[in-house]
Write a protein that binds this ligand. Structure first.
Ligand code: KG4
Ligand code: ZN
Length: 398
């Protein structure tokens, strides 16, 4: 079953083709990072406008790179929640229109669940070997051609490895159930225990800031660019993670998280370090820091943030004895998280490639396949957007 996945919940416009929930044919991601970096964070109106500009070319490019036509596509999956309302609307309206036009079943899916399903992608089609029909000039008549993307072609990058023709390092096998998932992104920090596809419960979640949000906010205090996660992990490479000892939040449930106290602890330590009191404004901090201070703060913050995630994950593995563990979401790209987890987990773990950890259409297509096995498609005119839908309320969690 060949699924077109569409993702536009935040600041990445993406479309991908995935077969049977595990075989990657294409994954095109248009990132708006450069646009938002200027403002130090995502500007919702700007994000929505950018999605509108590129959504159709991104979808066409994904089909072109996968060497498929509409006849080959069996269904469409789209992220309908959670996220920025204007951004979600663009992907959902595109998906609804295409489902109607080409008479394809439509599966609206949850973005954070999607992140988790990136771990189910274990194969990649080698286009030089395959015999799928190539998009012909006739098929594309009257529609935007991939070649017409020239002005935005730099931003419109398909999976880097994909373009080079060599496969990214995909996991060697799909996760097995029961499966514990640590989902950590710019908006979510959750531990989820899956009994099976569509059967899971949340063990815990963040009570305030998501861990990715904490990376972004601390990066801002340090004068590092947006998005903060990659910038902090790069700066941390040359820093001393033991220079500053930050406290870990003590919560009632061992599986809940809280990162706002850690963020404030970093702010207070920075103010102390430059000899100012707690009234010193955070936006004036970067001008008073040197590179060595930035690196030590980045490393110390990252160590505590990651240890918090790993402590909870290891505890859950010991208590619930899952057969597999996966990590998902933008923060799953973090190398320190992977290092600490691999070192401390009592069972083996494999990781999705970085390009499938941050927002992408492939994870949506993979999840759409498993939805299609469990629930009927949603009638096109009933597919709506839900900016703050929790994983507790998704359609197939029965
Ligand atoms: O999943 P994602 O691409 O978008 C959301 O659904 O939020 O996650 C974005 C978040 C941002 O907060 C970003 O700073 C963080 O993931 N991130 C990282 C890394 N790469 C991205 N955090 C830590 N280390 C990284 N290497
Ligand atoms: Zn995401």
């Amino acid at each position: 079953m060949l699924i077109l996945g569409i993702e536009s919940s935040c600041d990445e416009t993406s479309a991908a083709i995935v077969e049977d929930g595990k075989r990657l044919l294409s994954n095109v991601v248009n990132s708006q990072v450069d646009i938002h970096a200027e403002y130090g964070g995502v500007v919702p109106e700007v994000a929505a406008r950018s999605h509108i500009e590129v959504i159709n070319p991104v979808i066409r490019q994904a089909m072109h790179e996968a060497h498929v036509t509409w006849d080959d596509i069996d269904a469409i999956a789209v992220a309908h929640a959670p996220g920025l309302i204007g951004s979600l609307l663009v992907g959902v309206l595109a998906a609804r229109t295409l489902a109607e036009l080409h008479n394809k079943p439509l599966y609206p899916v949850h973005h954070v669940e999607g992140h988790i399903y990136a771990n189910f992608i274990t194969e990649q089609i080698d286009h030089s070997q395959q015999s799928r029909s190539v998009v012909s000039a006739e098929d594309n008549k009257g529609e935007v051609q991939p070649e017409e993307l020239a002005p935005r072609s730099e931003a419109l990058s398909s999976d880097e490895h994909n373009r080079k023709g060599d496969a990214p390092a995909l996991p060697s096998k799909q996760p097995v159930f029961p499966m514990l998932a640590l989902a950590v992104s710019g908006l979510h920090s959750q531990l989820v225990l899956f009994e099976d596809h569509g059967k899971y419960h949340l063990l815990g979640e963040t009570l305030d800031d998501a861990v990715g949000e904490a990376f972004d906010k601390v990066a801002r205090m340090l004068g590092l660019p947006y998005p903060g996660g990659p910038a902090i992990s790069t700066a941390a490479l040359n820093g001393d993670s033991r220079k500053y000892a930050f406290p870990k939040a003590k919560l009632k449930s061992p599986y809940d998280f809280s990162f706002s106290g850690l963020k404030t602890a970093v702010l207070r330590a920075l103010q102390r370090e430059i000899g100012e009191d707690h009234t010193f404004p955070s936006h004036e901090l970067p001008a008073r820091l040197n590179d060595a201070m930035r690196q030590d703060f980045a490393a110390s913050f990252q160590y505590t943030a990651v240890k918090t995630l790993v402590d909870a994950t290891v505890k859950a593995v010991n208590e619930f004895q899952p057969a597999s563990v996966v990590i998902a979401g933008g923060v799953a790209a973090n190398q320190e998280l992977r290092r600490q987890l691999s070192e401390r987990l009592p069972i083996g773990i494999e990781y999705a490639p970085i390009s499938l950890c941050t927002d992408n259409g492939a994870m949506i297509a993979a999840l759409g396949y498993y939805h299609a096995q469990v629930v009927p498609p949603t009638p096109v005119d009933e597919v709506s957007v839900y900016p703050s839908l929790s994983m507790r309320q998704t359609l197939w969690n029965i």
